[in-house]
Design a protein around this ligand. Structure first.
Ligand SMILES: [Zn+2]
Ligand SMILES: [Zn+2]
Length: 764
């Protein structure tokens, strides 16, 4: 696929650069058209034709037919491939138009016939964000089909809208949070909707991973259980970005086996030629991204640059404006007000903006496609995310370019050496840990309040249900009777769970004096991100944090221009609470289990804004935080260590270096970034009595990353050794052993000793 001609076809400004490491060109492709299914009514075809849809692509028909036949199906094709028709066609057939005869009803029920909004079938669409659901609502309404009753249900809906949706709508667009807080706890009021529920659409399903994914998985299990109690068994249609095994991920979300979900992976939509370039930006990836974006914008190519850090996203937009003199370049990121974001989206769609530097907040922007170029700074946390961002480029009949700028971290450096990981054989899998007891427990309480739990409910909640329910009973949250578990407390069990932030609201960042809310951070990240004295950036404005009030959930900031950035320092220890599994790895052992991580942010460094040079160290007085979670760790017997002749100090520096590189690479095997996980290495751990390297999940109960690391340990640690061996630096650099997250400020690291240590650990 990599060819000289591909490089020649590449825009002038890119070819011949030493930093251009790999080019893949995907040829333009005509679409694969399929016949309309015979169950699509003529008025539906007419309405779609009026919206410019005259034909169907193969993947749309495949998914639509499967869902129509009652199968669960996952549609994992390109960003602008028209996935929505795959689920809209069967939904339209079931929920719009004239009433089918009683014999046609899948699950006739007296309750349904008596209810005010007697509906033969209903369908539910769930999006990870309100904005996406609203966009889908607008598109559904634009079809203008007579008698098709469509409604939105979210935190903004008023009472009238909610009543309409509940009692009359055939198709409801909502989100998992509403299902959790409103629909399931009041299921009796929703009986007529739920008892006829035929389809559930899970849009952007690759978004449901980690802890948030585990919560949503439990909400969907509760939904399936309630539907079953009303005699309904809806087919689930998942729309996902391209990933390595979307059917397995979809199956895990709703708790069925993988072969029960049909994967539709072949994109039948037409597209123009797209060139993908891998760019070595290890010297300074933000600078490289800025330069590439600047060149593209100047050449008149509408470009979006994706930059994961909110701070650097602002900086890039500002520098591109300065460098090119083009004013029509904006930043776009989470933490902006909805109105600010809508404005940028609209100006990008209309072509008024020539460039946007965005965080992955734009990944979900539904109308943004057909860009001339996309520049991605750093390998995204997941391959799904990469394809989602890259998919914003290209439209039929027009060439487009995607440049992936690899940064100075172990994972990006590894990808530069192994482009096949992106373009040929993705190794990562969606990581989801629905059995996390911290997640399962509160959802079981909610389920018990919805309908008392019985042993049979393990069919929905899995084999660990009984033990977790018994524990809830011992704690007094549930009451155990001979026939099951009951919720007998006052109040709503669902109020114990927030799907997105593990039971807390996070910390709001408020401008002192004006009271303006300029952003928010998770509680767990607050000590590091908005400690007193931290530098925080918003829309190109630098702020200094004056005060962090954890109980009030507020950080007070003021605008300032100090010329430095801040880096927190912390101390951490890990206590093993229960070992769950272990296996041999070369001369050592890998272990998986439950741990308690104790950590404290103790101070921060001030670093020069431009050069990164350390100015000084400042102490902080912040509380000790405790986290019970999952960890994977390895140990080497002390005989092996003494034979290798390590001094305790060298051993510590070797383990520390190996830990950093491994944390940087885990994302290749489990879609997480180094901020989702943490680590600790020690020459002598009091419990294992030998050298130990821990890598732990960053969330209570674990998000599945450590578990995946345990599974993939041989490949993961082999990749770690390879990165250490191939990094050309002398004595360590950010692409191998140095970590931006190190609580020790990257002190006590020894790359060469880490190589010796890992050669001992790994089998030959
Ligand atoms: Zn290096
Ligand atoms: Zn460290």
């Amino acid at each position: 696929m990599v060819s000289e001609s591909a490089v020649r076809q590449w825009p002038e400004w890119l070819s011949g650069h030493a930093q251009l490491r790999h080019v893949v060109t995907r040829a333009a492709r005509p679409g694969v058209v399929r016949d309309w299914p015979d169950w699509v009514r003529s008025e539906v075809r007419t309405a779609l034709a009026a919206r410019g849809v005259h034909r169907l692509w193969s993947h749309q028909v495949e998914a639509a037919e499967a869902a129509h036949g009652g199968r669960h199906v996952v549609l994992a094709t390109g960003t602008a491939s028209g996935k929505s028709l795959g689920y809209l066609l069967p939904i339209l057939a079931a929920t719009s138009g004239s009433e089918p005869s009683v014999h046609d009803r899948r699950l006739p029920s007296v309750r349904n016939l008596l209810s005010p909004g007697a509906r033969p079938h209903t369908a539910l669409y769930l999006a990870p964000t309100k904005a996406l659901a609203h966009d889908q609502l607008r598109q559904a309404k634009a079809l203008g089909l007579d008698g098709w009753r469509v409604g939105a249900l979210d935190g903004d809906s008023n009472g009238g809208e909610r009543d309409f949706a509940r009692d009359w709508a055939g198709f409801i667009l909502s989100n998992p949070d509403m299902l959790h807080h409103s629909v399931l706890p009041q299921h009796a009021r929703w009986a007529s909707f739920l008892s006829t529920l035929r389809y559930v659409v899970i849009d952007e399903s690759h978004r449901y991973r980690g802890v948030f994914g585990a919560h949503v998985a439990q909400v969907l299990r509760r939904l399936r259980r309630i539907c079953a109690s009303y005699g309904a068994d809806p087919a689930f249609v998942f729309a996902s970005a391209t990933s390595s095994d979307p059917a397995a991920a979809a199956a895990r979300l709703i708790g069925v086996s993988t072969d029960e979900v049909l994967p539709v992976l072949t994109d039948g939509a037409p597209h123009g030629e797209v060139s993908y370039a891998l760019w070595d930006g290890r010297a300074d990836s933000v600078d490289a991204t800025t330069a590439l974006m600047g060149d593209l914008v100047e050449a008149g190519r509408q470009t979006v640059a994706f930059i994961s850090s909110r701070k650097m996203c602002e900086v890039t937009a500002m520098r591109v404006r300065e460098r090119t003199g083009v004013a029509e370049v904006a930043a776009y990121r989470g933490g902006y007000l909805a109105a600010e974001r809508r404005q940028v989206e609209a100006e990008l769609s209309s072509g008024q903006l020539r460039g946007v530097a965005a965080t992955n907040a734009l990944e979900l922007g539904v109308d943004i496609a057909g860009l001339d170029a996309v520049v991605i700074n750093g390998v995204p946390g997941t391959m799904a995310s990469f394809w989602q961002q890259a998919g914003r480029a290209g439209r039929r009949g027009k060439d487009a370019a995607v440049v992936l700028v690899a940064g100075a971290n172990p994972r990006d450096a590894y990808v530069l050496d192994h482009p096949e990981l992106i373009f040929e054989r993705p190794v990562e899998q969606t990581v989801l840990h629905p059995d996390n007891p911290y997640v399962l427990g509160p959802h079981l309480a909610a389920a018990a309040q919805e309908i008392p739990l019985v042993v049979d409910d393990q069919q929905w909640f899995g084999p660990s249900m009984t033990a977790v329910a018994d524990r809830l009973a011992r704690q007094g949250a549930l009451r155990k009777r001979t026939n099951g578990w009951y919720w007998t407390r006052p109040g709503r069990a669902v109020d114990l769970v927030n799907l997105r932030t593990q039971g807390n609201k996070g910390v709001q960042i408020v401008e002192d004096g004006t009271g303006r809310v300029i952003g928010h951070v998770d509680t767990a990240a607050a000590d590091s991100a908005v400690h007193p004295g931290a530098v925080y950036l918003h829309r190109g404005e630098t702020h200094l944090v004056d005060e962090l009030d954890h109980d009030g959930g507020v950080a007070l900031v003021h605008v300032a221009n100090p010329g430095y950035v801040t880096q927190p320092r912390s101390v951490t220890s890990v206590e093993i609470r229960a070992e769950r599994a272990s296996r041999r790895l070369g001369a050592g052992m890998v272990h998986l289990g439950d741990v308690e991580v104790t950590s404290q942010v103790t101070g921060f460094l001030r670093r020069d804004e431009r050069t990164g040079a350390v100015w000084d160290t400042n102490p902080l007085d912040l509380p000790v935080r405790r986290l019970r979670t999952r960890a994977v760790w390895w140990t080497l017997p002390s005989e092996v260590i003494s034979a290798a002749g390590f001094s305790p100090q060298l051993l510590g520096a070797a383990a520390h270096a190996a830990e950093h590189t491994a944390i940087g690479l885990l994302g290749l095997f489990a879609p997480c970034d180094r901020w989702d996980i943490g680590g600790l290495s020690t020459a002598l751990h009091p419990q294992t009595d030998t050298v130990t390297v821990f890598v732990h999940d960053g969330h209570p109960g674990g998000a599945g990353f450590a578990d995946r690391g345990y599974e993939a340990a041989p490949q993961w640690w082999a990749a770690t050794l390879e990165r250490l061996l191939t990094c050309p630096c002398e004595g360590g650099c950010p692409a191998c052993v140095m970590s931006p997250k190190c609580g020790n400020g990257n002190q006590m690291l020894d790359k060469d000793a880490a190589i010796v240590l890992l050669r001992t650990l790994l089998p030959d």
